[in-house]
Design a protein around this ligand. Structure first.
Ligand code: TYM
Length: 321
């Protein structure tokens, strides 16, 4: 069983990336043949500075390794080290209706925000489908915001199989965990780099904790019970705390007599402590850049090998070979 996921190196990773994709990916590497990659072609749709793209790519590699990606179990590589993905993207483009891409929320949202709609942004889901289908992936752990892209991927795989024969491409399934499908940001919208509402995965202690202390709350007086619905503190705390600590925080909301400042302090501590082991591992990795280079070079070789098996099959099926 092949498991695959990718993350864009388009800025600092945040808690949403971790719980939506990285943590499930780290767990799943125990259960199959994992392929995890850094989607640097995709990041080109938003990062224009080459030094920045290189830096974010390297940082993402270090961060994912620090979070438990095990190079003995998973193949870890840069998307651009397997340029064959562009060939499959072209083949998929040839069966992809324009209307399918016009419906994609992430494209529509970006255009609505005033981002100029270049072709890369429009064709983004086709390249993502190629990422997945190029490795015969069965399972794709992602956050809910990628669900529609997975539907496009399945749609395109179906069209290829229909046109060129069943079994030309493997049909993948998304894995979207219910409890962290959409990690909320500090303003209650989905946590996202583009909304400026993120809690960094590896930030600097004081400013990161300060972000938590600034979470907006209502004006319930200290002595009164605090509402638990629509709370921004509770769903975030849930991610970092065990059942007992979470139950205690809910009980303290309901009891009254404790202010939001206290709850936020508990959240800030839980968040900071949760990532302590990963931070320590990250320090070690940063001191050993040769190791990261070696991992990515080895990953590129293995990924390319696997990609060529699939691409040869597809080339034959469509009449290119
Ligand atoms: P990206 O880089 O935006 O996000 C990486 C992963 O983090 C998840 N995520 C979240 N999950 C829960 N709550 C949130 N607030 C949250 N924010 C982000 C995303 O769902 C994603 O799983 N298109 C992809 C990258 C990609 C890819 C692929 C993924 C390219 N090719 C092939 C899987 C397979 C993206 O932009 O992810």
């Amino acid at each position: 069983m092949r498991i695959l996921t990718g993350l864009q190196p388009s800025g600092k990773l945040h808690v949403g990336n971790y719980f939506g994709a990285m943590e499930p990916a780290v767990k799943l590497q125990e259960e199959g043949d994992a392929f995890y990659f850094i989607a640097n072609y995709h990041a080109m749709t938003s990062v224009r500075n080459p030094d920045e793209l290189r830096e974010y790519t390297r940082e993402l590699a270090v961060d994912f390794l620090a979070c438990g990606l095990d190079t003995k179990k998973a193949v870890f590589f840069r998307q651009s080290d397997v340029p064959e993905v562009n060939e499959l993207a072209w083949i998929l483009s040839s069966v992809c209706p324009v209307s399918l891409l016009e419906k994609c929320h992430s494209y529509k949202d970006k255009v609505a925000k005033g981002i100029s709609p270049n072709h890369g942004l429009f064709a983004y889901p086709v390249l993502m489908a190629a990422d997945i289908l190029l490795y015969d992936s069965n399972l794709v752990p992602v956050g809910k915001d990628q669900k529609q892209h997975l539907e496009v991927t399945r749609d395109l795989a179906g069209k290829i199989n229909e046109a060129y024969g069943e079994g030309t491409l493997v049909m993948p399934e998304p894995i979207i965990r219910e409890n962290s499908a959409v990690v909320p940001g500090l303003d209650g919208q989905k946590m996202s780099k583009s909304y400026n509402n993120t809690l960094p995965l590896f930030g600097v202690e004081k400013p990161s904790k300060k972000l938590v202390m600034k979470i907006p709350t209502d004006s319930t007086p200290v002595e009164d019970p605090k509402p638990t619905e629509d709370s921004l503190i509770l769903p975030l705390f849930r991610l970092f705390a065990d059942d007992a600590a979470y139950a205690q925080l809910v009980a303290d909301h309901e009891k009254g007599g404790i202010g939001y400042g206290d709850f936020k302090k508990r959240l800030a501590e839980a968040y900071w402590d949760y990532f302590a082991p990963m931070r320590a591992r990250r320090e070690e990795l940063m001191a050993d850049p040769g190791f990261v280079d070696q991992v990515l070079a080895g990953g590129a070789e293995k990924a390319r090998e696997a990609a060529n098996v699939v691409l040869d099959r597809v080339r034959k099926a469509v009449g290119l070979a």
